[in-house]
Write a protein that binds this ligand. Structure first.
Ligand SMILES: CCC/C=C/C=C/C(=O)SCCNC(=O)CCNC(=O)[C@H](O)C(C)(C)COP(=O)(O)OP(=O)(O)OC[C@H]1O[C@@H](n2cnc3c(N)ncnc32)[C@H](O)[C@@H]1OP(=O)(O)O
Length: 313
């Protein structure tokens, strides 16, 4: 079918000319948007190194990026903010300092224990704990709920809450010196913010997932790659971040309608039958196949235009 017939069939004209200004403006506008977002956070560093790509860094290097209450709150806020930011299409999350994440901040956990001890009634203690666990669950789930693909770039230790965090992401890359531990059993608790639900799906083996969760044993990057927890391993942190950003840039160059709908459908399909997943995407696509992105992307394929430009979403 010719481009003219295709766009006419869908009663759409590619708006390439109208969107020409985005070609030059995108990066400045993403960079400005990133500095606006960054100003809100003290445990996260945020930048936009490439057009439509945001880079979020866990930024408590002295505490090995152990997740304290501020960081739980800020992860949630950050991903909810980026979810609706039109200058953001993909997110890379890495971490500053020696390790990716040492898990929950054990000092702040001790002070929470102290606060609970000050309250005598078991029901009231239960309510406080319930609210805290829900808040932390929502923090990690904000990564999965974010419609923009999230790529985790993991170096060195990724422990406890760190594993909860990375299993909520779309794609995981690591360095060859990375290691992982579902360490909650070692601090006398069952993991409760996502690893038990998401790790078995991420690696596709109940047997291995249960072994890791019951023992808390450390597993290295090579095993993580073999099991599918990470999809690429890099020699060091610099090449890891470069590789993750290059992947993010590639995804960000595609139609945001197409990419975000793909994420929504794949996340939905994790917890639904194939038929439910097919019903879900059919209902979305009966609307979205009328998008100008579709006409434009098909047009670009037909005309071999390597860089179609899509409107912000
Ligand atoms: C409602 C709750 C929901 C969430 C639950 C989540 C649970 C979890 O995350 S369970 C896992 C908890 N984390 C740990 O058990 C990790 C303990 N740390 C380590 O295994 C090692 O420190 C690590 C392998 C991360 C790094 O080893 P390395 O030799 O490089 O450094 P260290 O000398 O051990 O540590 C340096 C200083 O950092 C302090 N530190 C380490 N981890 C934590 C942490 N999670 N929270 C707070 N502080 C931590 C460590 O004590 C050292 O401090 P200092 O002695 O003052 O230098």
């Amino acid at each position: 079918m010719s481009l003219y017939r295709f766009t006419n069939t869908f009663r759409l004209a590619p708006r390439v000319a109208a969107m020409q200004p985005y070609r030059n403006k995108t990066h400045n506008s993403s960079a400005q948007a990133a500095s606006d977002v960054a100003a809100k956070f003290k445990t996260l560093a945020i930048s936009s190194p490439k057009p439509f790509v945001f880079h979020v860094e866990l930024n408590r290097p002295k505490q090995l990026n152990a997740i304290n209450r501020d960081m739980w709150l800020e992860i949630k806020d950050c991903f909810e903010t980026l979810a609706i930011n039109p200058d953001c299409r993909t997110i890379v999350l890495s971490a500053a300092g020696k390790h990716f994440c040492a898990g929950i901040d054990l000092s702040s956990m001790m002070s929470m224990g102290q606060q609970l001890a000050d309250c005598e009634d078991v029901a009231r203690k239960g309510v406080v704990l319930e609210r805290t666990i829900k808040l932390y669950q929502d923090s990690i789930s904000a990564v999965e709920r974010c419609p923009k693909p999230v790529i985790m770039a993991v170096h060195q230790a990724c422990i406890g809450a760190g594993v909860d965090l990375i299993t909520a992401a779309d794609i995981r890359y690591s360095t060859q010196d990375a290691f992982f531990q579902v360490k909650e059993v070692d601090i006398g608790m069952a993991a409760d913010v996502g690893s038990l639900q998401r790790l078995p799906k991420a690696i596709g083996s109940q047997s291995l997932a249960r072994e890791l969760c019951y023992t808390g044993r450390r597993f290295e990057a090579a095993e993580a790659e073999r099991s599918g927890l990470v999809s690429r391993v890099f020699p060091d942190k610099d090449s890891l971040v470069v590789g993750a950003l290059a992947l993010a840039e590639d995804i960000a160059s595609k139609s945001p309608i197409a990419v975000q709908t793909t994420k929504e459908s794949m996340v939905y399909s994790l917890e639904h039958t194939n038929q439910e997943g097919l019903d879900h995407i059919r209902i979305i696509n009966k609307l979205y196949l009328q998008s100008e992105d579709f006409a434009q992307a098909v047009g670009a394929q037909l005309t071999k235009d390597e860089k179609p430009v899509f409107a912000k979403l």
